[in-house]
Structure formats: structure tokens, C-alpha cells
Design a protein around this ligand. Structure first.
Ligand SMILES: [Zn+2]
Length: 261
């Protein structure tokens, strides 16, 4: 989405006064990717999935201040509470450890990190190293989950390949972190019923999609919708997204997102 389209969407969403419905009380799961220094080239290039440290800080401030009561708090995906917010990061970027984690931990906010082992093994400088991933897994409130072994569109693979992707990523992360891995997110948001069945059979209990929407806790835990967070989303936009004011565009964009991530 280019800047102009984003600004139009912003104007429409701001005017979109969602009535106080039950929908607003359902759990919303935020999907982040990379959080970068304001001077970082990824930020300057306006990569939609690289949010600036300053915007992310404003998000954390908002969550810490506004989600601090029993029925309105930041919780992990596994939490039985039907409302509140869960925070997730995809891919396993180094900045999840160096920039995002300190801000979230300082405010005692739990979060999930869905890691693609192939990214770690690649040694690419944007991704967590093995040592960094272990350090991240030991922080309070952090749950490490899988994100396929090599970030493939799982819905395009044969059953044996799907099993291999889901099982090997789980085992690799379990060996490294010495923790049970029971959560995952689908790379590119790509899944189908066969992928879900295999995910369940190899031991995943929760799986996040990239489809926009609220999570009805207890319903389809292997198909958890999320709210996409973009680089231009300031604190006000985050608030609107959590209020449901951006649901109209999220639903329009969801089918496209599968192809771009
Ligand atoms: Zn990904």
C-alpha cells in the first residue's frame, strides 16, 4: 500500500466510528515483524513491515497504560481470557531482541516470537543468531514459536513436505531453547485444512494466521486471526485498529497479504 492509499485509509478509519459492540471486547492479536531504529535504511525505504522504534515505543506505552485491568490486559495466546491483546512477532529478527523485547519486558508485557530456523541458520545480519535466540527465549514473558523451517507457502506443499517443515522447525527450536514449542504462525499466512491437520498432529496447539480479525478464544486455535501492524501506524492508529475502526480495510487486504509476505 502506498502512502497516498494509506492516508485515504487513515481518514476513512478515523471517521469510522464503530459502535460499542461485543466485537470490541474480543481478543485482538497484533502482528509485528521488524522494529528498526528511526535512522535505519529499512525505515527510510518505507518497508511496510519495519516499524520505527519511536512508533513501537508509543504502542508499548499505550498497551501498558490502557491494557492493565483484569478483562483488558496483554496476555499470551494460550491465556484463557476472552478479551485483551496478544503481541506477536514473525520471522525472528535481531531487533525483536535488541529493540522490541527491552521495551515490552520493562512493562511486563508478554509476547510471542515466531521464528524461522532457516533465517537463524542463514547467519543473515537482520536475523537472530542461535545465541541471541536462546537469550530471547529466557526473557520473562517470552514464548518462542515456530514459523515453518524455511518460510515456505505450506499450502503449496505435499503432505510429507508440510510434515517435515512443521516437525523439523519444532524440534530444532526445542533442541536449541530447551522448551516445548506448541505455538506457530503460518509463513506468508498460507494454510489450508491439511496444513492445520498436520500442525495438530505434530503437536502445535495454537497457530496464528495473517488473516485480519478478532480471535474468539477457544474457537479454532489453529486459525487465529491477527491485526496487521504497519510502519506508518502511530499510537492513534494502533488505538483505532484495536477499536475495530480499521477492520474494513484489513479484511479487504487480507487476501493480498498472503502474496506479499
Ligand atoms: Zn514470515
Amino acid at each position: 500500500m502506498n502512502l497516498m492509499k494509506y492516508r485515504v485509509a487513515q481518514v476513512v478509519s478515523t471517521a469510522n466510528l464503530v459502535s460499542k459492540s461485543d466485537k470490541q471486547k474480543l481478543r485482538r492479536v497484533l502482528m509485528y515483524h521488524s522494529v528498526v531504529k528511526n535512522t535505519d535504511s529499512a525505515f527510510r525505504k518505507s518497508d511496510i513491515y519495519s516499524i520505527s522504534e519511536s512508533y513501537f515505543t508509543s504502542h508499548v506505552d499505550f498497551l501498558a497504560q490502557s491494557y492493565n485491568s483484569a478483562d483488558r490486559k496483554v496476555v499470551s495466546l494460550e491465556d484463557s481470557s476472552s478479551s485483551g491483546v496478544s503481541v506477536t512477532f514473525d520471522d525472528g529478527y535481531k531487533d525483536t531482541l535488541t529493540i522490541a523485547a527491552p521495551l515490552l519486558c520493562r512493562n511486563n508485557l508478554p509476547f510471542h516470537v515466531f521464528v524461522t530456523p532457516a533465517n537463524v541458520i542463514s547467519g543473515g545480519n537482520r536475523y537472530l543468531s542461535e545465541t541471541e535466540l536462546v537469550a530471547l527465549s529466557k526473557l520473562p514473558g517470552v514464548t518462542i514459536g515456530a514459523h515453518g523451517f524455511s518460510h515456505q507457502h505450506l499450502n503449496t506443499l505435499q503432505a510429507t513436505e508440510i510434515t517435515d517443515e512443521l516437525k523439523s522447525s519444532k524440534e530444532w527450536l526445542e533442541n536449541l531453547t530447551q522448551r516445548n514449542i506448541t505455538t506457530m504462525s503460518y509463513p506468508h499466512g498460507a494454510f489450508n485444512s491439511q496444513v492445520q491437520e498436520i500442525a495438530a498432529s505434530v503437536g502445535y496447539l495454537y497457530a496464528a494466521t495473517s488473516s485480519w480479525g478478532c480471535y474468539q478464544v477457544g474457537v479454532k486455535p489453529l486459525e487465529i486471526p491477527r491485526i496487521d501492524v504497519w510502519n506508518l501506524d502511530n499510537q492513534k492508529t494502533l488505538k483505532q485498529k484495536l477499536n475495530g475502526q480499521w477492520d474494513w480495510i484489513g479484511k479487504l487486504l487480507s487476501p493480498l497479504q498472503e502474496t506479499i509476505k
